[in-house]
Each structure stands twice: as C-alpha cells, then as structure tokens.
Ligand binder design. Structure first.
Ligand SMILES: C[S@@+](CC[C@H](N)C(=O)[O-])C[C@H]1O[C@@H](n2cnc3c(N)ncnc32)[C@H](O)[C@@H]1O
Length: 297
C-alpha cells in the first residue's frame, strides 16, 4: 500500500456513498486510489468504478494499487470535466455514486518536483496535468499587474494581493521568475512583517491562487457539479470533499440550487481530532453530500 497519501474522511465517505454490489461509481479524483480501493471492496463482487485522474503519475500509482480489482475498474486519464462524454463512451446510462476529493495528493504536494510547495526550490510549474499549456511561471511572467492582483485576491483571498502583484512585476523586470524560492522571496519582501500571518506561511495563499489559476480548478468544479446530478440514478449519492472556502461555497450552492438534488449534509462533515493529528492535510477538509431525487419538472 502507498503510505504517502492517506485518504481523507474515508469512513465518512463510504458511509455516505454506501457502495453496494452491482453499483457503478465514479471517482473523479482517483489520486493514489485510497477511496477507490474501499469503494471496490465494499461493492464486491459486482460493483464497478470509473476513476478519473489527469495526472499521469497518480494514475500509474493507482493502477498498481488497484490491480487486483481487474476489470471492475476503468482508468480515465482525463479531466473530470469529461464526465459526460466518458460515460457515453463507456455505455453507462446511470451511476449510483459520484465522489470528488478535490485538490492535490500528498505525492503532488511534497514530491512531484512541480512547484506546488513553497518549501524547497522547484520549477514554478504547478500543472497537475502536464499536457496542459500554461505553467505558473508562464502566468507570473506574462499577466499584467492587475491580472496578477486579481488572481491572488480572488483565488487566494490574499489581502496583500496588490503589493505582491507589484513586487512580482518589479522582480520579473530584472529576471523572469522561474523557481518557487524566487517567488517566496518576492512575497516575503512585498508583505510588511506586521502583516505576515501567524499560522500559515506568508506565501501560502499566493501558491494556492496560482495553482487554482493554472489548473482552472474552480471552472472545472463548476462543470462537474452541473453535469454530475444528471447522471446519477435516483437515490444515487454525490459526495464532495473540498479543501478551501472557495470550493466549499461552490459545492454548497450547487447542491442547494439543483432541483435534482436533496442535500443530506446541512452542515459539512469535517474530520475529528484523531484524523487531523494523524493526517494534518485533513484539517481543512469538508465533505458535503447530496442525493439524487426524481426530477421536479
Ligand atoms: C486529493 S487527491 C485524491 C486522493 C484520492 N482520493 C486517494 O484516496 O488517494 C486529488 C487528485 O485529483 C486529481 N485531480 C484534480 N483535479 C482534477 C480534475 N479536474 N480532473 C481529473 N483529476 C483531477 C489530482 O491529480 C489528484 O491526483
């Protein structure tokens, strides 16, 4: 088993999704296959899983881990926004559950060498799917100051967005920004000491913002939130684990506003203290669940 990414809220996801023999489930974020493994175990012997991941490395690891499930699992190396065309290609008309476990795996964060973390020195890439065009460096070195400030403000909820954007533009005049260490230095200098946050690194939000922008994470989430409910069988569950308020707000609203869904979790399910101390990455996780109902129309 791969010990470097622990699936978040695993028992809660399984209780909410209630995988059963013969069901068809979609995991939009296969990652290292932690949730998928449990879904396949619980839905044995006849349950099937269609697993998406756009990161080739994650997909290769998931394949290894899940090999024993044979053709009960289909691996889809695509953006989960391709849900509808994929289900059509697979000849699937309805699914019994859809799980999204958004964001990054620990493998990507700590070991990918793609610049997701502000620790160490790595190229400023941040693409989860290496087939995509624009890297974080590309974005930082080409967007104008206002566009950069908007990215930092809207995707990072960074209050110091303007001075940081100004400092980026100033720094890149001397030399293009290529590494995480260069960016960290620019942010540290741009934000006056008294505004450095106490609990998180001063560059945390800028890194989050760039990652969201590079991977178009919020747009992708909106697409699958709109498409998913149409493919769920009545009684099928839609479970989403998000890791920051921008995502959680989109999930909450999409669930509330979709007439095909009834919200199961009026408040999101969050990990207990034991899970958070075992797995610090779980700390910001929120699980929302909705169930597909008959169309009101
Ligand atoms: C938090 S990890 C999932 C971990 C997984 N649930 C497990 O237990 O191992 C998120 C994964 O989703 C993938 N991902 C993020 N956004 C995606 C998207 N729009 N389409 C496909 N995969 C995506 C990432 O590459 C990453 O591997």
């Amino acid at each position: 088993m791969d010990a470097i990414h622990q699936p978040v809220l695993l028992d809660e996801v399984i209780a909410s999704l209630a995988p059963a023999d013969g069901g068809i489930y979609v995991d939009g974020n296969l990652g290292l296959g932690g949730h998928a493994e449990r879904i396949l175990e619980q839905s044995a012997p006849g349950g099937r899983l269609i697993g998406f991941d756009w990161d080739a490395e994650a997909m290769a690891r998931a394949r290894q881990r899940l090999a024993r499930f044979g053709d009960r699992i289909r691996y889809i190396h695509r953006n989960f926004t391709a849900l509808e065309e994929t289900l059509m290609e697979q000849g699937v008309r309805h699914i019994d559950g859809l799980l999204l476990d958004l964001g990054l795996s620990s493998l990507q964060l700590d070991r990918s060498g793609r610049g997701f973390s502000f620790r160490g020195e790595e190229p400023l890439d941040m693409r989860m799917d290496k087939r995509q065009g624009l890297t974080a460096a590309g974005l930082l070195n080409t967007k104008n100051q206002q566009e950069l400030a908007d990215i930092f403000y809207y995707y990072g909820e960074e209050r110091q967005a303007r001075p940081i954007a100004e400092a980026v533009v100033e720094a890149r005049r001397r030399q293009p920004l290529c590494t995480t260490a260069q960016l960290v230095e620019v942010v540290e200098r741009a934000v006056p000491r008294r505004f450095h946050p106490r609990k998180i690194h001063v560059a945390t939000k800028v890194f989050q913002a760039l990652r969201i922008a590079v991977n178009q994470e919020l747009e992708n989430l909106q697409t699958v939130l709109a498409a998913g409910p149409r493919w769920l069988a009545v009684g099928g569950r839609f479970c989403v684990i998000s890791f920051h308020s921008l995502e959680d707000r989109l999930v909450k609203r999409a669930f509330q506003e979709n007439p095909l869904l009834r919200v199961v979790t009026s408040k999101p399910i969050v990990p207990g203290e034991a899970e958070c101390s075992r797995n610090p990455r779980a700390r910001s996780a929120k699980l929302r669940v909705a169930v597909r109902v008959e169309s009101q129309a």
